[in-house]
Design a protein around this ligand. Sequence first.
Ligand SMILES: Cc1cc2nc3c(=O)[nH]c(=O)nc-3n(C[C@H](O)[C@H](O)[C@H](O)COP(=O)(O)OP(=O)(O)OC[C@H]3O[C@@H](n4cnc5c(N)ncnc54)[C@H](O)[C@@H]3O)c2cc1C
Ligand SMILES: NC(=O)c1ccc[n+]([C@@H]2O[C@H](COP(=O)([O-])OP(=O)(O)OC[C@H]3O[C@@H](n4cnc5c(N)ncnc54)[C@H](O)[C@@H]3O)[C@@H](O)[C@H]2O)c1
Length: 480
Amino acid sequence: MKTMRTDVAIIGAGTAGLSAYRAARAGGKRAVLIESGPYGTTCARVGCMPSKLLIAAADAAHAVADAPAFGVHPGPVRIDGRAVMARVRSERDRFVGFVLEGMEHIPAEDLLRGHARFAGPRELSIDGHTLVQAERIVIATGSTPIVPQEWRQAGDRVISSDAVFEWTDLPGSVAVVGTGVIGLELGQALHRLGVRVTMYARGGSVAQLGDPEVLAEAARVLGGALDIRFQTSVASVTAEDGRLALASRDETGRERRESFDFVLAAMGRKPNVHELNLELAQIALDRRGVPLYDRRTMQCGSSAIFIAGDADDELPLLGEAADQGKIAGANAARFPDVQPGLRRTPLTVAFCEPQIATMGASYRDLCASHGGRFAAGSVSFGNQGRSRVMRQNQGMLRVYGEFGSGRFLGAEMVGPRAEHIGHLLSWACQARLTVSAMLDMPFYHPVVEEGVRTALRDLAEQLAAEPPAPVPCPDCTPGT
Ligand SMILES: Cc1cc2nc3c(=O)[nH]c(=O)nc-3n(C[C@H](O)[C@H](O)[C@H](O)COP(=O)(O)OP(=O)(O)OC[C@H]3O[C@@H](n4cnc5c(N)ncnc54)[C@H](O)[C@@H]3O)c2cc1C
Ligand SMILES: NC(=O)c1ccc[n+]([C@@H]2O[C@H](COP(=O)([O-])OP(=O)(O)OC[C@H]3O[C@@H](n4cnc5c(N)ncnc54)[C@H](O)[C@@H]3O)[C@@H](O)[C@H]2O)c1
């Protein structure tokens, strides 16, 4: 076995790993980037970018289908599935190409191919061919979609999101299991592109929402547009005449058997930390086997090991992977003098329609941290002017504020332009603005943001009143 020495070894050349590599090099250290899979990052290859390409095609189809409601009659819609998927794949390849181009400046001796496993707290074995001795190590191994083992036995038509972006044509029918972000984004896009889509939610969850009022509104609106079977669990998936038979059971115990071309498991992703021999790393793990770490420094205990991106299972998003990688790489370079890095206000967006966004402290966090002693203002977009003009007058926004300080704390939303409103509100949150300072800001007319003002006014009124006695959170059961 070859032995290699380096200051910093980074496991995983995805977004977090590349960011950590750049930060470690900027810190003046020699760094090695170890990758077992294809280069190009999850985001560009099978994540953010191809999913948004598919959604863009679906939005185009939807705009044409919706046009007659404005008195515009474009004629019958014809969706060319091959052309749709050809564009998704070729634009995806372009985005991957940019990542590969960006890697061209990395010296060949800093890139190592193979699967890394700990051989000791400062040693990694790479597929048994190379032993890397590193002063510091960054774990940036990403995550893998969860597909139940028993369903896999039904064959390769049981898929995760990865496979969707390899399709050369659109299928006739897809069962989507899970109403998280991936299920909703891909399920709705396929539905709008003419695929028969049925979605199964074992509970009532919708994307990343935790506020019971926003959740109920999202379930109502999306449930009206899509065939979503809430409170229905999938009992089995079996192969049947070249297709898949899916057996499900609803909350009344009623069983149903339906046939689909594909079953898309959109049931979450698990961090890639279970094949790293972490027991040899001498770091503490949580009960799921994920290393315990300080979220400001990304350091695992007081060790020379750092973690970043989906691998730590904190908030599996692209921006988080980039930020956490930068902090981990910079601290690996300056170890043992680690310093807190910038962690931004959390912001999540699901690109379904209506879009879903959360920012700042979530309703569930506030129930735990404030014991019910926070105020919530709300607005419905049902009659909001500009939303109605665009025929996008659905959904609601709830904004949260703190009694006493009047500080804006966070929000949850399903509704039009949520990707932009999410940014606006998360900036206000990070700037630690009070609700009254936000109301002093300009609001143009007629814009969807006037709805935000209505919700903030409602919140300001409530903050002016006496805080209520602490109440238990009405619906904070995880997974509901
Ligand atoms: C369908 C989909 C849509 C998404 N859409 C969005 C979106 O719109 N916005 C958003 O913010 N986020 C989105 N995400 C999430 C985002 O893609 C991820 O959070 C982000 O890509 C994670 O980056 P990472 O660096 O942690 O992991 P990755 O980019 O997956 O990098 C990890 C790398 O580590 C390698 N590796 C693993 N184990 C080892 C080992 N032992 N040895 C060597 N190499 C190893 C892997 O091969 C991989 O290349 C989406 C994800 C999916 C799946
Ligand atoms: N727009 C975006 O930012 C974006 C888009 C896609 C993915 N992502 C990231 O990828 C991550 C993974 O996405 P995801 O949608 O797979 O996970 P998720 O955690 O968002 O949702 C998983 C869903 O599957 C359900 N589920 C779990 N086990 C199930 C079972 N046995 N039967 C039925 N349902 C089950 C859960 O209740 C949940 O609703 C997200 O957490 C997100 O961070 C982000």
